[in-house]
Design a protein around this ligand. Structure first.
Ligand code: SF4
Length: 378
């Protein structure tokens, strides 16, 4: 199924939800947004995770300078592009303004202001310590309050726990799926769809797992294993094709669309043992230490995590894993640490390619050459 089919199928899904009386709340796809609170309040979370071509990027330039990151530009472009394949964006009821980074907050404010979508605020601390945990809880309480005011219903603790349980089971299934030995583009395609639809995608996810388990004949042994870290590969992006055309296979997506999402899970006994469900969400925020929003130990945590995946892959296959650090142009969060990340991993004998790019098609040839050279060198 190509993306146009996916978009029209998703549009239908959202319209059905609207007919059931639900409201749609959109946000820019990073992490730490409590989808469970939205779900428990009867809203449908809509993750903006569409970016990867220059049309969307260029359609934002009336609003924000081209020196903004290509992903944030594309999020604005989704609303301003004409003609649009994203007509379902017309039915968004609220937009979450959050501060994952400066570009995120600027793009979110522009979308809310110029496309007339009422805003909901949810701010997150950059640091990870006791005080940031307390601050996160205050923001959760405030966010819950905003949702209750607009929906006119009180979010009950048992409903929120139920949503947390549903999302948790769903993420565990994605985790299981992510461990299958299948070609990276196929894995990404299912991951993207899963994150877009959320738990309603669970039955389809289970049938994908079943199907891939029964037909594990995809030959990946002749391809070079890749872990992709840094910026996500969003819906529409051709980067995964370039990697596969060059003879690589992404076996681990260490990105927001990937491990950062499905690794945020609880053991069942923790869900039962913590009475206040907001405390569960605070716990998850505190444990999300591999996130680029996690100061001061982001670099150390990231290195140890990548090293672990590298060692496991080596033990299992006897082969080395290459690391592509995907830097979306003008993304300070990822680019700031990129040379340190590369140096530190290379000191451990792990090959790293810092691949900085925007979504311009004109760069396709140059990107291909760099990826091919990297795989050759591996
Ligand atoms: S600058 Fe980086 S973290 Fe911020 S919106 Fe762009 S890709 Fe996301």
């Amino acid at each position: 199924m190509d993306n146009l089919e996916l978009l029209s199928e998703y549009s239908l899904f959202l319209r059905e939800k609207k007919e059931e009386g639900k409201k749609v709340v959109a946000f820019i796809s990073h992490d730490n947004i409590p989808e469970e609170l939205l779900d428990a309040a009867g809203f449908v979370p809509l993750r903006l995770m569409f970016a990867g071509n220059d049309e969307l990027m260029d359609a934002s330039h009336d609003y924000l300078s081209p020196s903004t990151c290509a992903f944030a530009q594309s999020c604005i472009g989704l609303f301003s592009i004409k003609p649009s394949h994203y007509r379902f964006l017309d039915i968004i009821d609220y937009f979450i303004i959050s501060n994952h980074c400066v570009s995120d907050i600027c793009a979110s404010e522009i979308i809310s202001k110029y496309f007339n979508i009422p805003r909901l605020n949810f701010y997150i601390s950059y640091t990870k310590n006791d005080n940031s945990g307390k601050y996160f809880k205050l923001e959760l309480l405030d966010f819950k309050d905003q949702l209750e005011k607009i929906s006119g219903i009180k979010i009950k603790n048992e409903d929120l726990k139920e949503s947390i349980r549903n999302y948790n089971n769903f993420k565990k299934k994605i985790f299981e799926f992510s461990n299958l030995n299948i070609i990276g583009s196929e894995k990404l395609r299912v991951l993207q769809r899963a994150m877009l639809y959320g738990p309603p995608f669970l039955p389809e996810l289970e049938s994908h797992i079943q199907m891939f388990k029964e037909n594990q004949v995809q030959k990946t042994d002749n391809l070079k294993g890749i872990l992709i870290t840094g910026g996500s590969i969003f819906l529409n992006d051709f980067l995964i094709d370039l990697i596969e055309e060059a003879g690589g296979n992404v076996i681990f997506f260490d990105t927001w669309v990937g491990y950062s999402y499905y690794s945020q899970i609880f053991e069942d006994n923790i869900i039962d043992s913590i009475e206040n469900p907001l405390d569960l969400l605070v716990n998850r925020f505190k444990n999300n230490i591999y996130d680029d929003h996690s100061v001061p130990n982001f670099l150390e945590n990231k290195i140890s995590q990548i090293e672990l995946v590298y060692q496991e892959y080596f033990k299992k296959t006897g082969r080395k894993l290459g690391i592509i650090n995907h830097i979306i142009k003008f993304c300070d969060h990822i680019s700031l640490m990129s040379s340190h990340l590369k140096n530190r991993l290379q000191q451990k004998g792990i090959s790293v390619l810092n691949l900085e790019r925007d979504y311009s098609k004109a760069n396709r040839g140059q990107l291909s050459t760099r990826i091919e050279a990297f795989l050759e060198m591996m």
